[in-house]
Design a protein around this ligand. Structure first.
Ligand code: GLV
Ligand code: MN
Ligand code: MN
Length: 408
């Protein structure tokens, strides 16, 4: 049996990791069947904590712990409940479990503000190639193009919401009130910085911007045995040449990271020359102007390669998310909470995207990182240390007290 709130939080993250689309791994995309199990598990816990809850029209789980008065303003704590393919147990999930574990430790105490714990439906963007569906609903920035985006089976975001039994027509009503006090996201670092410093926790200053693009090369399907090499318009070979160029460019550009994480070649047989090859690009850089320039270079390489090989190219931007600074005042509150918990204050930037960068357009946002052993994330070996979770919970309690002090 779990012996401490931190131990219990880790245990619960591991239980949630079992709710998956793929046996033996943790894979949970936007509003997939196992998300219902996640919602059922977390709402049972919310009930024990005396919270009310609902699943909103974007599939976000929203649990409310009321404040000392019905008119109390609202503080949001949360992260995402979806995962990458074959994920670890903590990316996103820990931030939601943290919110509930924190409420478990305050033992019924009420604050001069309500606390809404949010489990976002999609941050990773695996199903639709577009991330942040959940947090964009809370921020009030969902648009028609996002709702019309289709997954690999041809279902749109709107269809997926209906399939889950929710009403997509209501999605614009789900934005948080503009009077919201702020948003705290607790997340594993997913990199090596804190571990290298020997630090448990870090305060995020800013989240770097990211671009996602889908590049489709179209050539001609042909017989692998009879079509002379010089007569081919091989879409997969063109995409492969471009992928090499993307990697070379990123290696040669300090601070640039670029990833082609998925390719899809059609018709997809070993003895057929591919007629269409689609490749995703994920590109990140701290400075937005540098990032935009890097994307333009990647597009230029794709055009040149396509032209030389007689291929058509379609270049579909899926995301152009600028870098986002965290709110200075809320970061200051977090720093004081760390101080009061006796923890050193380390600052760092996040190379990973987070719901906080979307929520920050609506309300003040801050993030607390927990060290990632081995820097491992987006992998089943992802882990977290119990002592770090315990310290984060202590910081969380001081954070609530600090907010209460500033609100009264
Ligand atoms: C989210 O995990 C990201 O891709 O940064
Ligand atoms: Mn992730
Ligand atoms: Mn995450």
């Amino acid at each position: 049996m779990p012996t401490s709130p931190a131990h219990e939080a880790i245990h619960r993250c591991r239980v949630l990791a079992g709710f998956s689309e793929e046996p033996g791994f943790t894979t949970r995309t936007f509003l997939s069947a196992p998300m219902r199990d996640v919602h059922a598990y977390l709402t049972a816990w919310m009930t024990d904590l005396g919270m009310t809850f609902r699943v909103d029209a974007a599939g976000n789980l929203r649990g409310l712990y009321s404040g000392s008065s019905p008119a109390a303003p609202r503080l949001f704590i949360g992260s995402h409940l979806d995962t990458v393919i074959r994920a670890g147990a903590f990316d996103g999930i820990l931030g939601v479990v943290f919110g509930l574990a924190l409420l478990g430790t305050v033992r019924g105490k009420r604050f001069p503000f309500a606390i809404e714990v949010v489990g976002f439906s999609d941050e990773e963007g695996v199903r639709f190639g577009v991330p942040f569906i959940g947090s964009r609903a809370l921020a009030g920035t969902i648009d028609a193009a996002l709702l019309a985006t289709r997954d690999a089976s041809g279902r749109s975001v709107t269809d997926a919401i209906r399939d889950y039994g929710l009403d997509p027509e209501r999605i614009m009503e789900e934005a948080a009130a503009t009077t919201a006090m702020g948003y705290l996201e607790v997340h594993i670092e997913q990199g090596p910085v804190l571990e290298t410093l020997g630090a448990s926790l870090g305060v995020v200053d800013a989240i770097v911007g990211q671009t996602r693009v889908e590049a489709a090369f179209t050539g001609a399907v042909g017989h692998a045995g009879t079509t002379p090499m010089a007569a081919r318009r091989d879409a997969l070979a063109g995409a492969a040449e471009w992928i090499g160029a993307v990697e070379r460019e990123a290696l040669a550009t300090p601070g640039l990271v670029a990833t082609v994480g998925r390719i899809d070649a059609r018709p997809g047989a070993s003895n057929v020359i591919a007629g269409v090859c689609t490749a995703t690009l994920d590109l990140r850089q701290a400075d937005d102007a540098d990032r935009t320039a890097a994307v333009a270079r990647m597009a230029l390489y794709a055009r040149r390669i396509a032209e030389r090989r007689g291929l058509d190219l379609s270049w579909t931007p899926r995301l152009d998310q600028p870098a986002v600074a965290m709110d200075r005042t809320l970061v200051g509150t977090l720093e004081r909470a760390l101080d009061r918990a006796g923890a050193p204050v380390h600052h760092l930037a996040s190379g990973a995207g987070h719901d906080a960068m979307i929520v920050a357009t609506r309300m003040p946002a801050a993030m607390l990182f927990l060290r990632s052993p081995g820097g491992i994330s987006h992998h089943p070996d992802e882990s977290v240390l119990e002592e770090d979770v315990a310290l984060a919970l202590e910081v969380g309690r001081h954070f609530l007290d600090e907010i209460a002090r500033s609100a009264s």
